[in-house]
Design a protein around this ligand. Structure first.
Ligand SMILES: *[C@@H]1O[C@H](CO)[C@@H](O)[C@H](O)[C@H]1NC(C)=O
Ligand SMILES: *[C@@H]1O[C@H](CO)[C@@H](O)[C@H](O)[C@H]1NC(C)=O
Ligand SMILES: *[C@@H]1O[C@H](CO)[C@@H](O)[C@H](O)[C@H]1NC(C)=O
Ligand SMILES: *[C@@H]1O[C@H](CO)[C@@H](O)[C@H](O)[C@H]1NC(C)=O
Ligand SMILES: *[C@@H]1O[C@H](CO)[C@@H](O)[C@H](O)[C@H]1NC(C)=O
Ligand SMILES: *[C@@H]1O[C@H](CO)[C@@H](O)[C@H](O)[C@H]1NC(C)=O
Ligand SMILES: *[C@@H]1O[C@H](CO)[C@@H](O)[C@H](O)[C@H]1NC(C)=O
Ligand SMILES: *[C@@H]1O[C@H](CO)[C@@H](O)[C@H](O)[C@H]1NC(C)=O
Length: 341
C-alpha cells in the first residue's frame, strides 16, 4: 500500500519542514482514541462545549493537524459530524499509516454554538467577539489535552457555520491568524454585507487560503443573494470577489466537469497557486455535498451530489500550513473528465 504512494508526497514528507512548538498536550494519554467525545470550556463566562474525534492509532508524541467544523443554524455538532462523515478515516486517515504523518491524520473538532447558532446572523444568540473567544478557548484546551501541530489548524463549516468560517478568516487580528486555511460550504455570509461599512474584514495575511463550495439551487442561502433567514445575504460571487481583492488574486483558471454541471474556479493569489477556489454545482441545494447520500440531502429530497465536499476540503487543507506556502497546484480533486480553460 505504502509503495503505491506518489513519490512527490514521500519527498515532501521527508523534507522535514520546521515543526511547530510542542504543545503541553504532547505526551498526555488520550483515553478516547478512535471515538468522538464531548469537552467543556468556560468562555466569556459561559459554559461552552465541543466534540473531539481522536483518530485511531493516535500517538501522543506526534503533532496532529486539527480541523474545526462549524455546524449550521439549529444543527448540533453531533449532527454535523454525522451528516458530513468528516471523522471517517477515509477523510482523516489514521490507523493504517501510523508512520506517515504527512498523509493527513487529523484531530476533528466540532464546536457547538450558543443555542445552536453562530454569530453573524440576526438569529444568533452570541456576538462575534464571544464566538471568536470561544474558538480561542477551544484551541487552548486542545493544546493542553492533545499533541497538535499549530501550523496546521483549519476551519470548515456549513451554512451559518460556513458564514462563521468567513468571519474567522476576516479576524486575522485575533484567533483567525491561527488558522492555515478555510473552507466554507453553503455559507451564509451575512456579515460580508457589512464589511467596510460597519467594520472591516482583516485577514491575517495575503493570501489567506480560502475556498467556497456552493449549489446554484440553494433555497436557503441564495447563490445570487437576497433576504435570508438571518439578514441580507450578499451574492456568493461578490463574496468570492472580495477575497480576490483581499488576497491580491489573479491568473484565474476554470474547469467544468460532469457535463458542465460542476464549475471550478481557482486563482493564484500573491504568487500562491490555488489559494482561492470556488466550487459550484448547478443542481445542488442546501446540502452537504457528498457522493454518498447525506441526511441534509434526504431532508430536501435530494440525491447524492457530484461534488464530494470532504475531498475538496481535506485536499485544500493539506496544501497549506502556516510555516510554508504550498505551490502544489490547483484542482486537486478528481473532477471526472473536467476540462481546463
Ligand atoms: C458539559 O456541557 C454539557 C452541555 O452543555 C453539560 O450537559 C454537561 O453537564 C457539561 N459537563 C461538565 C463536566 O461541565
Ligand atoms: C465575567 O464575569 C465577571 C464577574 O461577574 C465580570 O467581571 C466579567 O466582566 C465577565 N467577563 C466577560 C467576558 O463577560
Ligand atoms: C436568541 O435567539 C432567538 C431566536 O432568534 C431569539 O428569539 C431570542 O430573543 C434570542 N435571545 C437572546 C437572549 O438574544
Ligand atoms: C437560548 O435560548 C433560550 C430559550 O429560547 C433563551 O432563554 C436563552 O436566553 C438563550 N440564550 C442566550 C445566551 O441567548
Ligand atoms: C473595503 O476596504 C478595503 C480596505 O480599505 C478596500 O481596499 C476595498 O476597496 C473596500 N471595498 C469596498 C467594496 O468598498
Ligand atoms: C454526461 O452526459 C452523458 C449523456 O447524458 C452521460 O452519458 C454521461 O455519463 C455524463 N457524464 C458525466 C461525467 O456526468
Ligand atoms: C500570475 O502568474 C504570473 C506568472 O506565473 C506570476 O508572476 C504572477 O505573480 C501571478 N499573479 C498573481 C496575482 O499571483
Ligand atoms: C431545486 O430545488 C427545489 C427546491 O428544493 C427542488 O424542488 C427542485 O427539484 C430542485 N431542482 C433541481 C434541478 O434539482
Amino acid at each position: 500500500m505504502v509503495l503505491l504512494l506518489p513519490h512527490i508526497l514521500l519527498l515532501t514528507c521527508s523534507l522535514g519542514l520546521a515543526k511547530a512548538a510542542i504543545t503541553s498536550g504532547c505526551g498526555k494519554q488520550a483515553t478516547n482514541v478512535g471515538l468522538t467525545t464531548p469537552f467543556n470550556v468556560t468562555s466569556s463566562n459561559a459554559s461552552r462545549n465541543f466534540l473531539v474525534h481522536v483518530p485511531l492509532g493516535y500517538d501522543n508524541h506526534h503533532q496532529y493537524p486539527v480541523v474545526l467544523a462549524f455546524h449550521g443554524n439549529t444543527e448540533t455538532a453531533a449532527e454535523l459530524e454525522l451528516d458530513t462523515r468528516l471523522s471517517d478515516p477515509k477523510w482523516s486517515p489514521s490507523a493504517s499509516l501510523p508512520s506517515l504523518p504527512c498523509l493527513g491524520f487529523k484531530l476533528m473538532v466540532y464546536p457547538n454554538g450558543i443555542n445552536a447558532s453562530w454569530a453573524g446572523a440576526s438569529y444568533s444568540n452570541s456576538t462575534i467577539s464571544q464566538d471568536l473567544q470561544f474558538v480561542s478557548d477551544v484551541l487552548s484546551d486542545l493544546s493542553s489535552n492533545f499533541c497538535i501541530d499549530s501550523n496546521k489548524i483549519y476551519a470548515t463549516g456549513f451554512s451559518n457555520g460556513g458564514g462563521f468560517v468567513d468571519i474567522l478568516a476576516c479576524s486575522g487580528n485575533s484567533v483567525g491568524a491561527k488558522f492555515a486555511a478555510f473552507v466554507a460550504a453553503s455559507g451564509a455570509y451575512y456579515q460580508e454585507a457589512l464589511y467596510n461599512s460597519t467594520y472591516q474584514c482583516v485577514p491575517a495575511k495575503s493570501p489567506t487560503p480560502i475556498a467556497f463550495i456552493h449549489g446554484l439551487n440553494d433555497s436557503d442561502v441564495f447563490y445570487d443573494g437576497g433576504d435570508g433567514e438571518g439578514g441580507f445575504l450578499p451574492a456568493v460571487p461578490a463574496v468570492v470577489d472580495s477575497w480576490v481583492s483581499r488576497n491580491r488574486c489573479g491568473n484565474l483558471s476554470t474547469a467544468d466537469s460532469y457535463n458542465g454541471t460542476v464549475h471550478i474556479s481557482s486563482w493564484t493569489c500573491d504568487g500562491v497557486d490555488g489559494a482561492l477556489e470556488h466550487y459550484r454545482e448547478a443542481d445542488m441545494g442546501h446540502v452537504w455535498a457528498s457522493q454518498q447520500q447525506t441526511f441534509s440531502q434526504l431532508v430536501i429530497g435530494e440525491g447524492p451530489t457530484k461534488l464530494e465536499a470532504n475531498d475538496v476540503i481535506m485536499k485544500f487543507f493539506d496544501k497549506f500550513s502556516l510555516d510554508k506556502e504550498s505551490n502544489w497546484g490547483r484542482f486537486t480533486i478528481n473532477w471526472n473528465g473536467g476540462d481546463r480553460h
